[in-house]
Design a protein around this ligand. Structure first.
Ligand SMILES: Cc1cc2nc3c(=O)[nH]c(=O)nc-3n(C[C@H](O)[C@H](O)[C@H](O)COP(=O)(O)OP(=O)(O)OC[C@H]3O[C@@H](n4cnc5c(N)ncnc54)[C@H](O)[C@@H]3O)c2cc1C
Length: 622
C-alpha cells in the first residue's frame, strides 16, 4: 500500500514495531481473516541482504545505521564514566535480524518467579507449549553429533514444526567447539542436560537460529512474516516511524484509537478500531508510552507532554546481563578469527564455500556456551548475604528472589561463553564491531562470564518530546555491589578454566613463570580481589539483553502492564516485547521474546473470540 493511502485509514490492530515480537503478533493475528492488521516498522525489509542472512557476518552489523539503531548509554557512574554501545535491530525482524543467532532457554525457576510476582498464567508449565510452537529443530548429522557432543539435547522436548529453524553447523567445527564439552567434564561441572528440562548447568554447544537447508539466518522476518506476507488482512509499512498514540479520552479510561506516524517525510494519523500494540522493544516501547502521555507526570511536564495516565514505573526496572571477557594468546596451529582477518585468501575461500554450499565457517554462529551455579565459580568464604544490600531501584521482593536463585545449586548464576578470537573491551564505547575486529597482532581465545540475574536496576526515559531524539539509557551497571563481586570472582575462575587441559593445551603459557596463561596484550594481570573488582569495572560489557522497562507486575509493585499485557489505566493498548519481562532470565532471551509474543497472540485472539461469536461470524447464536 502506498504510504499516502494509509492516512485516516482504520485497522483492527496497529502494531508499532515490526521486530521480533511484532512480527509474531502480525503473523498470528492475521490467521484470523476477520482481523485487519497494520505493522509500522522504522527500518527496512532486509531479507536477502547477505550481511543479514550469512551467519558469519553478524559482528559487522553493529554501529551501521542501515541495520542498527546504535544507541549509547549514559556515562556509567560505577565504571568511571564509561559509555556502552547498545545495538538494537532496525528493520523487519528487529533485533532478531542482527543478533548472535544463539538459541538459548530460561530456567523453570525463572518463569515460576514471574508467576509468583503476581502473574498467574506465566509460570513454567504455562509457557512451555509456546517454546514447542516456536521451534523447528533439525537433528544433527553424525559428524556434528560427534564433533559438538550434542547428545545432551532431548529431541522429544523440542518443537519440530515451528517457525524458527534451530540447528548446528554441519562442518567447519573449530577446536574450541570440539574442546568445550570436554572442558566441562575436566572441570567437574554438572553433566549438561537439555535446557528444556528446566535446569541446565555445564558447558555445551547450543543450537543456533540457522536454516540448515541453505545455511541462512532464521529470524522473525524470514519465518513469521513470510508465513503471513500474502494475506490480504496484513499491511506492513517500513521506513515509517510511530510518533505517538492517539487517544479518545471521553470514556472512564483513555482509549488508544490509533497512532500518529511519520512516513515519507509527512505526518499522518491512522486509526485502530480494536487495539494499538507496542512492540518497539525495551528502549522504544517506554519511549512511545512517555511520548504519548503515560509516565511520570514531572518528566512529562518537563517536555510539555499532556498527561494521560500517571505511572512513574514506565521506563524503570531496566535489567541487563552484564558480562566480563578475558582473552589469551593461542599456540600456533590453532585457527582463530584473526587468521581470517590476516589472510584475505582464507576469507575469500570461506565466502566461496558458503556461496557454493551454504556451509563452511561463514555458516557457523556461536555455539560454545553454558551455565554455572554460584559455587562452581566463586571462591569459598564470601558472605553473599552480607552483599545483598537494599537499593532504592531494586524492590525488596526482587532482592529476596534474587538471593533465592543465587543460593540455589541448580540455578545458573553465570552464562559462560567462548570464542576463538580476541576482544578489546576498551573499545566498548566506540563500537561493538570494533571490539571484536581488533587490530592487535596475534591470535587469541576469549572467554566471558555474564550475570544471569543482575542486582543493578536502571532506567530508560525520554530526553525530549521528539521521537527522533534517542532516550536516555542508564543501565546503572555495577551500581549494586553484588554485581561487582560476582563478576570479580568470575575473572579468577576463568583463569582456572584455561589452565586446565584440554583447553590449556591450546593456549600459550605466560613467559613470567607465574603458571598462568599468556593474556592478550593490553590486558592487565590481576591477583587480588580488589584488582579483579577494578578490572571488572574496566572490562564489563553488554550481553545485549535489556528487559523490564514496561514490566508485567502488579501496578503498585512497579507494573506497567497486567497479565494480559494491557497498559494499566488505559483501554485498547498493550505492550508485547522484551520490555514486559518483570525480571530477567537465564541465557539469550530471544526464545522467550518469541514465546511471550505467541502467548500474547493467543490472549488477544481469545479477547475477541466472544465478539466473533456475538456477531454470528461463526454461525453461532447472538
Ligand atoms: C547485538 C545483539 C545480539 C543479541 N544476541 C542474541 C542471541 O544470540 N540470542 C538471543 O536469544 N538473543 C540475542 N539478543 C537479544 C534478542 O535479539 C532481543 O532481546 C530480542 O530480539 C528483542 O525483541 P523485541 O521484540 O523486544 O525488540 P526488537 O526485536 O528490537 O524489535 C523492536 C522493533 O521496533 C522498531 N521500532 C522501534 N521504535 C519504533 C517506532 N517509533 N516506530 C516504528 N518502529 C519502531 C525497531 O526498528 C525494531 O524493529 C541480541 C540482541 C542484540 C541487539
Amino acid at each position: 500500500m502506498a504510504h499516502s493511502a494509509l492516512s485516516n485509514k482504520s485497522f483492527d490492530f496497529i502494531i508499532a514495531g515490526g521486530g521480533t515480537a511484532g512480527l509474531v503478533l502480525a503473523s498470528r493475528l492475521t490467521e484470523n481473516p476477520d482481523f485487519n492488521v497494520l505493522v509500522i516498522e522504522a527500518g527496512s525489509d532486509r531479507r536477502g541482504d547477505p550481511m543479514i542472512s550469512t551467519p558469519g557476518t553478524f559482528l559487522q552489523l553493529y554501529g551501521n545505521k542501515k541495520y542498527d539503531w546504535d544507541f549509547k548509554t549514559e556515562p556509567q557512574k560505577s565504571e568511571n564514566g564509561a559509555v556502552h554501545c547498545w545495538p538494537r535491530g532496525k528493520g523487519l525482524g528487529g533485533s532478531s535480524m542482527i543478533n548472535f543467532l544463539m538459541y538459548s532457554h530460561c530456567s523453570k525457576s525463572d518463569l515460576n518467579i514471574w508467576r509468583d510476582l503476581g502473574n498467574p498464567g506465566w509460570g513454567w508449565t504455562d509457557i512451555i507449549p509456546y517454546f514447542q510452537r516456536i521451534e523447528r529443530m533439525h537433528l544433527p548429522s553424525d559428524p556434528t553429533r560427534t564433533a559438538l557432543s550434542t547428545e545432551y539435547i532431548q529431541p522429544s522436548l523440542r518443537g519440530t514444526s515451528g517457525m524458527i529453524h534451530t540447528s548446528w553447523q554441519s562442518d567447519a567445527f573449530s577446536w574450541a567447539q570440539e574442546t568445550w564439552p570436554k572442558q566441562s567434564k575436566a572441570m567437574g561441572y554438572p553433566t549438561s542436560t537439555d535446557p528444556r528440562t528446566g535446569t541446565s548447568l555445564g558447558l555445551f554447544n547450543q543450537l543456533t537460529c540457522v536454516d540448515p537447508k541453505d545455511g541462512t539466518r532464521s529470524y522473525a522476518a524470514t519465518s513469521y512474516f513470510v508465513a503471513a506476507e500474502g494475506r490480504k488482512n496484513l499491511t506492513v509499512v517500513t521506513e515509517s516511524v510511530v510518533k505517538k498514540i492517539l487517544w479518545d479520552t471521553s470514556g472512564s479510561k483513555p482509549r488508544a484509537i490509533g497512532v500518529e506516524m511519520e512516513t515519507n517525510s509527512s505526518t499522518i494519523q491512522v486509526q485502530a478500531t480494536k487495539e494499538v500494540l507496542l512492540s518497539a522493544g525495551t528502549i522504544q516501547s517506554p519511549q512511545l508510552l512517555e511520548l504519548s502521555g503515560i509516565g511520570d507526570p514531572t518528566l512529562l511536564q518537563t517536555h510539555d507532554i499532556p498527561l494521560v495516565v500517571s505511572n512513574p514505573s514506565v521506563g524503570e526496572n531496566l535489567q541487563e546481563h552484564p558480562m566480563v571477557v578475558l582473552s589469551w594468546t593461542t599456540k600456533p596451529g590453532h585457527p582463530t578469527a584473526e587468521h581470517l582477518r590476516d589472510d584475505p585468501s582464507l576469507l575469500a575461500q570461506a565466502m566461496d564455500t558458503y556461496a557454493k554450499t551454504g556451509g563452511g565457517p561463514m555458516a557457523a554462529a556461536v555455539t560454545t556456551t553454558g551455565f554455572l551455579d554460584l559455587h562452581s565459580v566463586t571462591r569459598p568464604g564470601t558472605d553473599w548475604s552480607a552483599l545483598a544490600t537494599p537499593d532504592t531501584h531494586l524492590p525488596q521482593r526482587q532482592l529476596d528472589l534474587l538471593m533465592t536463585q543465587l543460593e540455589d545449586k541448580k540455578e545458573a548464576v553465570y552464562q559462560v561463553s567462548a570464542i576463538p578470537s580476541g576482544n578489546t573491551p576498551s573499545l566498548r564505547g566506540i563500537g561493538n564491531s570494533a571490539m571484536f575486529f581488533h587490530s592487535v597482532p596475534g591470535n587469541y581465545f576469549s572467554m566471558s562470564c555474564g550475570l544471569m540475574h543482575a542486582f543493578s536496576r536502571g532506567s530508560v526515559h525520554i530526553k525530549s518530546s521528539n521521537v527522533h531524539d534517542y532516550p536516555e539509557i542508564d543501565p546503572r551497571y555495577l551500581s549494586h555491589p553484588m554485581d561487582v563481586e560476582l563478576l570479580a570472582h568470575s575473572l579468577f575462575h576463568m583463569k582456572e578454566v584455561v589452565k586446565t587441559p584440554p583447553l590449556a593445551d591450546f593456549l600459550k603459557d605466560a613467559s613470567d613463570g607465574s603458571g598462568e596463561k599468556e593474556f592478550m596484550p593490553g590486558l592487565k594481570p590481576f591477583s587480588t580481589l580488589a584488582e579483579a573488582r577494578e578490572l571488572a569495572k574496566e572490562r564489563q560489557l553488554t550481553m545485549y539483553h535489556p528487559t523490564g522497562t514496561c514490566a508485567m507486575l502488579p501496578r503498585e509493585e512497579g507494573g506497567v502492564v497486567d497479565t494480559e499485557l494491557r497498559v494499566y489505566g488505559t483501554e485498547g493498548l498493550r505492550v508485547v516485547d522484551a520490555s514486559v519481562f518483570p525480571m530477567n532470565v537465564q541465557g539469550n532471551i530471544m526464545s522467550l521474546v518469541y514465546a511471550v509474543a505467541e502467548k500474547a497472540s493467543d490472549v488477544i485472539k481469545e479477547t475477541y473470540a466472544g465478539e466473533r461469536k456475538a456477531n454470528g461470524v461463526d454461525g453461532t447464536s447472538h
